[in-house]
Design a protein around this ligand. Structure first.
Ligand code: G3P
Ligand code: MG
Length: 252
């Protein structure tokens, strides 16, 4: 068991996916505000880099689905990105909502005592750079926060997690997985992770026990049905990422 994995788990069980799931434009501050209004105290978001190296929130590599921009987001400067409308695609009520920088989200979370799961979501071919820059930015933004208030960094990209570890070893990390493929536990431990965050359908009694016995927390995404949440609770898992901030009470 790693020293990092041994530490107490400071995060809430319930985590609002992309701010408030599908109820608000994903990965915007408006979504965080809506998730918080439903009582959520922890948020997941996707972070990548602008052309000039500014970490900001966006799930896709391209702008088309969730903004009025087009093409690869990584080809625009933050100044250009910050002038886009990331709300109208969702609904008229959110027209004009901007893309969020990691810095703005960090201030929002720190000001409101909210926890954050930063999914490092690199534009392809920028995995290590994104891991390094996001970790350094998070360390700077949370410089005055106690260890138990630091953001959890996660990624599907081992190179991004490794770069984050090299840059800021004190920031907790989680390995994101679509499946529990051969070597999943060894890979998580090798990366010095404190958690494995996997597609919820993959967990069973044996895999949960293997992770927890190795000192790792067990988290799941994206859980939107009560039956799935009940199963994960019965398995003794530690965290649930959901779109359904309107269905699940974060105090349950
Ligand atoms: O971090 C959990 C989840 O967000 C991973 O999948 O595609 O929604 O970023 P995705
Ligand atoms: Mg994500």
């Amino acid at each position: 068991m790693t020293a990092a994995a041994n530490k107490a788990w400071p995060y809430p069980r319930w985590i609002a996916h992309r701010g408030a799931g599908k109820l608000a434009p994903e990965n915007t501050l408006a979504a965080f505000r809506l998730g918080a209004s439903h009582g959520y105290r922890m948020f997941e978001c996707d972070v990548k880099l602008s052309a000039d190296g500014v970490p900001f929130l966006l799930h896709d590599a391209t702008l088309d689905r969730t903004s009025n921009g087009q093409g690869l987001a990584a080809e625009l400067s933050w100044d250009e990105l910050s002038r886009l409308d990331a709300g109208s695609w969702h609904s008229p009520a959110y027209a004009g909502e901007p893309l969020a920088s990691l810095e703005a989200v960090a201030h929002y979370c720190l000001d409101n005592a909210l926890a954050l799961n930063i999914e490092i979501k690199p534009t392809p071919c920028s995995e290590s750079l994104t891991g390094t820059v996001v970790a350094n930015a998070a360390a700077r933004l949370w410089a005055d926060a106690p260890q138990d208030s630091l953001p959890l960094l996660s990624s599907f990209q081992a190179d991004a997690l490794e770069a984050a570890r090299v840059a800021q070893v004190h920031l907790p990390r989680g390995l994101l997985l679509n499946t529990l493929q051969a070597g999943w536990l060894e890979n998580a431990l090798k990366l010095g992770c404190v958690a494995v965050v996997c597609n919820y359908t993959q967990w069973d009694a044996l895999s949960v026990q293997q992770a927890q016995s190795a000192g790792l927390k067990v988290l799941s995404y994206t859980v939107n049905e009560a039956s799935a949440a009940l199963r994960l609770r019965a398995l003794g898992t530690d965290g649930i990422i959901t779109d359904r901030v309107d269905l699940f009470s974060p105090s349950s």
